[in-house]
Ligand binder design. Structure first.
Ligand SMILES: [Zn+2]
Length: 221
């Protein structure tokens, strides 16, 4: 029977029956997949130690005739974020699991980029940068120097209904110009630090975007 292989990140592991897991993964070439890992909860299962989140996994599976495939082999590769960053890494997985749905061809590269941002920053800055990157890659954000509704550049921009908007399109709470410059700077350089007030505002903006798009709000501050 044909077997497929791919590099992948584990998103979720759900106990199934007495001894198995159903796993949700983001494959590099196959996108989001659901696989049955038979016997993976048995003490002697070779899957047991390998099926870990926050690592690059190398999977072999047999596709199902209808729907779910069956895991045949898994090798655990490099750790994407170290142990000190693992709670934040799991939050990135949770956001990715909401954004990328079954059959979606994307997700692996986006989550890898988010892990990279987290791994090179403090846990809090890194998680905000990682989630921002996932949301941006998914087209839910725009640049912070333009109105996301009409596209006009303006000195004064506001945060309204989880979007950066000009006065005409929304008004609302004024976005501090320092924050609007600092966010793109933090995304490209691990050396940039946000002030405590800017971090709090950025976390709130992220929560607003997650909520607006029906993604479970997370513990970002
Ligand atoms: Zn506008």
């Amino acid at each position: 029977m044909v077997e497929l292989q791919d590099a992948a990140f584990l998103l979720r592991r759900i106990a199934y029956g007495d001894s198995s897991y159903i796993i949700h993964v983001l494959g590099q070439s196959h996108g989001r997949l659901t696989l049955m890992a038979r016997g993976a909860r048995r003490p002697k299962s070779p899957f047991r130690a390998s099926l870990e989140p926050l690592h690059m996994l190398h999977l072999t599976w047999r596709p199902g005739r209808t729907g779910m495939g069956t895991l045949v082999d898994v090798d655990r590769g490099v750790e994407m974020v170290n142990g000190a960053h693992s709670p934040e890494g799991l939050q990135l997985c949770a956001v990715a699991a909401h954004i990328f749905q079954e059959g979606d061809p994307q997700g692996f590269d986006e989550l890898q980029r988010a892990f990279g941002l987290l791994a090179t920053r403090s846990p809090q800055d890194g998680m905000l940068a990682g989630v921002w990157s996932l949301l941006d890659d998914h087209g839910l954000l725009g640049p912070l120097d333009h109105c996301w509704q009409c596209g006009s550049a303006s000195e004064q921009l506001f945060w309204s209904e989880a979007e950066c908007r000009c006065k005409v399109c929304g008004g609302g709470e004024m976005l501090n110009p320092g924050l609007r410059r600092a966010v793109p700077a933090v995304m490209t350089s691990a050396r940039v630090k946000l002030s405590a007030a800017d971090l709090t505002m950025w976390a709130r903006m992220i929560q607003d975007v997650l909520r607006r798009h029906g993604i479970r709000p997370m513990n970002v501050v």
